[in-house]
Ligand binder design. Sequence first.
Ligand code: PLP
Length: 400
Amino acid sequence: MTIINQRVRSIRQSATDVVSQLAKQLVAEGHPVINLSIGEPEPDTPEHVKQAAIAAIQAGETKYTAVAGTAELRRAVVAKFARENDLEFSIEQVTVGCGGKPLIFYALQATLEQDDEVIIPAPYWVSYPDMVNLAGGRAVVVPTTSHNGYKLSPEALEASITPRTRWLILNSPNNPTGATYSTQELRALGDVLERHPHVWVLSDELYEHLAFDGKCATSIVTVVPSLRERTLILNGVSKAYAMTGWRVGYVAGPTELINAINALQSQTITHTSSISQAAAIAALNGPRDFVDQHRDSLQKRRDALVTGLKEVEGLSFITPEGAFYAFVAIDGLIGKTAPDGTQIQSDADFAAYLLKQVNVAVIPGEAFGCSPCFRICFAAPPEVISEATQRIKVACQQLQ
Ligand code: PLP
């Protein structure tokens, strides 16, 4: 008899965390593993951000803050939306959390009744379906294909809406595919949503600043202002400012929902660290050069990955338009046999084979609701990316 309840038994630990922990353990044991599993920016947090945190400690900013975050941080968030997204919010319409992840969890907890439906285009970020399940909702997974750039089409959206639909979760630039919706594509989705006023949009814009080839990732609310009263925009400092460990994310949306999220925060985590909040103010109000360099350097890494993987027979993928992942289909390798005699029957088998055979850690596509594929993170330096693609090539050639 287990003490763990049915709700929690129905979820799994995030696959990205599991593979990444395993890869770190192998490195610690002396294996030459290249870990391209977790979504971790490579550069250190910018110096002026670290200095702001040190100054906050020395100034005694070490006590509880408001649940929604300090007024100064919320003003910085409001200024960010005005400056970068052409969206005006009041500080009551934004709140700060312990990373973007718990804010999504709280938004779903605050809004879903039993069996309410949440539309999640696949491939999706690993945590969405489990968070929906934990909130008593039903994840309605809508597959997309590489042929339409892994983007949700207006027709597929229309077909998946029912009277029970509560949310559409839209993530652009996307983890795990890098797909980045254009303003026309957002407009077309907006046209459908305008016909269904009961559907809310959770717009996950965490990779907003990491769009390539001169493209700009646009918020659906900027393109379709009529959705503003039923959209929650999620963003944060983790990916753009190389601040994953500081745990600061933020949302903007209707005050009623923001208040509900704050009520949940106040009864659980209270707020994120006061020191991290001071750092996030420096990031949001500070110079943009770090973000620009970070994006340009990721674009070079993306190019190194694309060049390397194109040479590998059996793999196919679309060039990522943003974020720092490529989503690679391996249909051509299923059914093949590894040198030790094991057969590759799934993407989990393939990821295990890559790790064992050539010490490269990637995440199987099943974790993102799309198989047989794998997600590979290209945040590592170009020479590491090139070495990894060489190893993948060798591993694929050894399959019979
Ligand atoms: N949304 C997406 C699409 C992500 O990839 C992540 C992290 O990997 C998050 C949200 C949450 O990020 P954080 O909690 O670090 O802000």
